[in-house]
Ligand binder design. Structure first.
Ligand code: NAD
Length: 305
């Protein structure tokens, strides 16, 4: 399989590296010159629970990519999808399929501007990954991905991709209910990411105050209500259970939205709270908590820049 990773940060480097380790031809495309330079100079280093491995993988800027791949896997943050795809447009050949496991809503719509719907697959992943430094990524703990083609067809390329992921140690499955899984993750993230971001709290700290804990659940419930109005049934009990579990067990975790604000980077709030807010307005479902968090995080982004 020929695979190109567009956005080879923590997740892209992990997925690309593990596929390369299985003998697939992988090209990593990114705009982070130090990261690309280090991979070109010293290889990509992946630290996982299986140990540390260093591998040679091709890495360059998107406009320098040469070969249209079988699969283009988009792993930029959602706010960079458009610009990344514009720079890599020449790599989308007549048979190239595109996969997004990025967080948030609206990913199909963004990809559809560049590739027909029948060659798009979307999903969610709980695989964890962090950048340790240029050319160096770590992933500890378990994770699982679920995805499906945007037109709902289990085409042979998709089935093969799932098999190749599993063989590379990237546990995954094809899921006919992938939209419910995407909204479920958005319900979780809109609450925990958003509230941690504006309060500067860790996930565990939210759980220590009954009022804040109630706000977390109320925010997620708004997302679940919007999803229902959009025709997507989200397992509400599952979401509320996940929230309680996270507040009790991921005590010191700082969600990516908080980490981004602390590092004065723009966040993915538009793809999470912003998208839910827009769907709510369109469908006539009130989203006071989700929308307030969206406004506050946008204000914090603006103040920090
Ligand atoms: P990251 O910031 O580590 O990586 C994103 C990469 O995209 C960066 O290396 C950046 O330089 C690159 N990029 C930015 N603009 C680009 C452009 N125009 N062209 C090419 N590359 C560009 O982010 P991440 O943590 O790997 O997350 C990627 C996606 O996966 C996000 O949507 C995130 O929400 C989702 N996700 C992350 C995790 C995790 O544990 N890290 C887990 C599940 C889902």
């Amino acid at each position: 399989m020929n695979v190109t990773i567009l956005g080879a940060g923590a997740m892209g480097s992990l997925f690309g590296g593990l596929l390369a380790a299985q003998g697939h031809t992988v090209e990593l495309l990114d705009v982070n010159e130090r990261h690309i330079g280090e991979i070109q100079r010293a290889g990509l280093t992946l630290d996982t629970d299986q140990g540390s491995q260093n591998m040679r993988v091709k890495a360059c800027r998107p406009e320098q990519g040469t070969t249209p791949p079988d699969w283009l896997i988009v792993f930029t943050k959602t706010l960079h999808t458009d610009s990344a795809l514009r720079a890599a447009q020449h790599l989308i050949g007549p048979h190239t399929c595109v996969l997004s496991l990025q967080n948030g809503l609206g990913n199909v719509e963004k990809l559809q501007a560049f590739v027909p719907r029948e060659r798009i697959a979307i999903g969610v992943t709980t695989v964890p990954a962090d950048m340790k430094g240029p050319g160096h990524v770590q992933s500890h703990g378990n994770g699982h991905s679920r995805f499906m083609s945007a037109d709902g067809q289990r085409n042979p390329a998709l089935v093969q991709l799932a098999a190749d992921f599993n063989q590379a140690g990237l546990s995954c499955e094809l899921d006919d209910q992938v939209l419910a899984a995407i909204w479920r993750k958005v319900a979780f993230n809109a609450a925990l990411n958003g509230i941690c971001a504006v309060t500067g709290s860790t996930v565990g700290q939210l759980g220590q105050h009954p009022d804040t804990r109630a706000l977390v659940h109320r925010t997620s419930q708004e997302v679940i209500d919007v999803a229902r109005a959009a025709g997507v049934l989200v397992d509400a009990d599952g979401v509320h259970h996940d929230l309680d579990h996270a507040m009790e067990h991921h005590v010191h975790h700082k969600p990516s939205m908080l980490q981004d604000l602390l590092a004065r980077r723009p966040t993915e709030v538009d793809a999470i709270n912003g998208q839910v807010r827009a769907h709510g307005e369109r469908l006539g479902v009130p989203t006071p908590c989700v929308s307030t968090l969206h406004t506050l995080v946008k204000q914090m982004e603006a103040t920090a820049s």
